[in-house]
Design a protein around this ligand. Sequence first.
Ligand code: GLU
Length: 278
Amino acid sequence: MSAVVSRFAPSPTGRLHLGHGYSAVRAHDLARGADGSFLLRIEDIDGTRSRDEHVATILDDLRWLGLDWDGPVVRQSRRLGAYEAALEQLRRLGLLYPCFCTRADIAQSASAPHGPGGALYPGTCRGIDAGGRMAEPHAWRIDMAAAVRITGPLTWHDARAGTVAADPLAHGDVVLARKDAPASYHLAVSVDDAWAGVTDVVRGEDLFASTHVHRLLQALLDLPTPAYHHHPLLTDAGGQRLAKRTGAPSLADLRARGEDGRALADRLRGTGISTENA
Ligand code: GLU
């Protein structure tokens, strides 16, 4: 059996809170408990929202929790060539088209049905002749129906949900390269997990639905499919999902208050929330 490789992949767009800490502890422990590797990847392709100061704080937070990672910290902003190569592969399959729509254009489309990530793209730019417009800002979208015709039915495995039938069509023609960033979350995460040899993805169940798209990209790009462990999200006493906007303290706040990070990590281990099927 190959060794377990897990990862924690935060976006440095703000401070980590307890929910992130919980995810990191779970991913770390899954690898360490199996004598495997735990990797750290900073998802900073969003140049407008990512901040270096948050990267430094994330590393301090993890050390404070007593979590150590293997190898160098990977930054997605240094891996743009890999995403461009993956886009090129998909372009050669005839699956990508440039999209010139603004958010407002999409929101105004009265007929836009909804998917897991909000309004589905109504397909306005699919099939248009973009010849004279390529100097204008544009994203690249995948023609999902055509992609599904190539892959056929796909499944993936989640530790709690079991075997899941992938439903990428529910997401519509998602963006794979943004106007302001040469990749989207879906593309970068799929390419990077495979490149790093990640065998087990531990993350919050808010990303469960995204896995349908990741599974499709793995099939199209000929990448291996990791096992998934989507865990419930931590909530406060009122049942609200922890987030900055609901007043959850950041790990950095707790650290500054002199809390013991290792003891906190142990409390997170004891929450009774498991990533595995009980
Ligand atoms: N960067 C994502 C986030 O911070 C997590 C990505 C993942 O674990 O797949 O929400």
